[in-house]
Design a binder for this molecule. Structure first.
Ligand SMILES: Nc1ncnc2c1ncn2[C@@H]1O[C@H](COP(=O)(O)OP(=O)(O)OP(=O)(O)O)[C@@H](O)[C@H]1O
Length: 229
């Protein structure tokens, strides 16, 4: 099943008499196993598009299908269940829960999914080892560097085992080396777990890692340049 199909997807923000067209009639189709880079200057509509794909923001026009299900026709109350089933988010601010340790942050998503605690414990340890934080499981987020925190956010996204991962500027606060490490993890995730990973970014230094690059300008999607294989 195709993870994301959008047709003429639009979002117009209205404030009083002022209208801002943040996303204008975007058509797209994202497949499993792909790492997709969503590029565009500030204000071009990347976050708005990502928020609609993540069922956090209702489109004002067009249709959106996630895994064959028409999201646009659903009631607002049904969206949390869709998010829980299919989607994991990685945001620039890391969104870690400050009072919980690294290990507890990763466990939290699995507890919410009611995964058996023994299975969850093992998976959390494995994932934190995999992102190089095996020795920092009992640290609090504030005791970690930006790069380490972002790796916790990635371990947590992996723990959620979602087939669609949406990341907004995941390398925004990171130096080149940490940024690349984080992106390489997302690439491995896409190919090995057959996830669809969409990354909104300004960071041209990581361009080569994407399977596909789509660019936005003034809310529109520019014609796509397919990567040569
Ligand atoms: N809640 C909102 N209300 C009104 N206008 C908004 C709102 N959110 C975004 N916009 C406007 O929509 C347009 C697209 O914004 P968006 O944040 O999606 O762009 P972006 O490409 O993610 O930018 P950046 O790279 O700076 O994060 C901008 O003109 C912005 O000012």
């Amino acid at each position: 099943m195709v993870p994301v199909v959008a047709k003429e997807l639009s979002k117009i923000y209205r404030e009083g008499s002022l209208e801002v067209t943040a996303v204008a009639s975007v058509d797209l189709e994202f497949q499993s196993g792909e790492l997709i880079g969503l590029f565009g200057p500030s204000g071009s509509g990347k976050t708005t598009l990502l928020s609609m794909l993540g069922c956090m923001l209702k489109p004002t026009g067009g249709t959106l299908e996630l895994f064959g299900q028409d999201i646009t026709s659903l009631d607002e109350r049904d969206l949390p269940a869709i998010r829980k089933k299919y989607i994991s988010f990685i945001f620039q601010g890391f969104n870690l829960f400050p009072p919980l340790t690294v290990y507890e942050n990763v466990m939290l998503v699995m507890n919410l999914k009611r995964i058996d605690p023994m299975v969850a414990d093992q998976r959390a340890r494995e994932l934190l080892e995999a992102v190089g934080l095996g020795k920092r499981m009992n640290f609090l987020p504030r005791e970690l560097s930006g790069g380490q925190r972002q790796r916790v956010a990635i371990a947590r996204a992996l723990a959620a085992d979602a087939p669609l991962i949406l990341a907004d500027e995941p390398t925004g606060n990171l130096d080149h080396e940490n940024g690349r490490t984080v992106m390489e993890m997302l690439k491995t995730l896409a190919s090995e777990q057959n996830c669809c990973v969409v990354v909104a970014t300004h960071d041209n230094r990581i361009n080569d890692l994407f399977d596909r690059v789509v660019c936005m300008e003034d809310g529109r999607m520019l014609p796509e340049k397919r990567k040569e294989t």
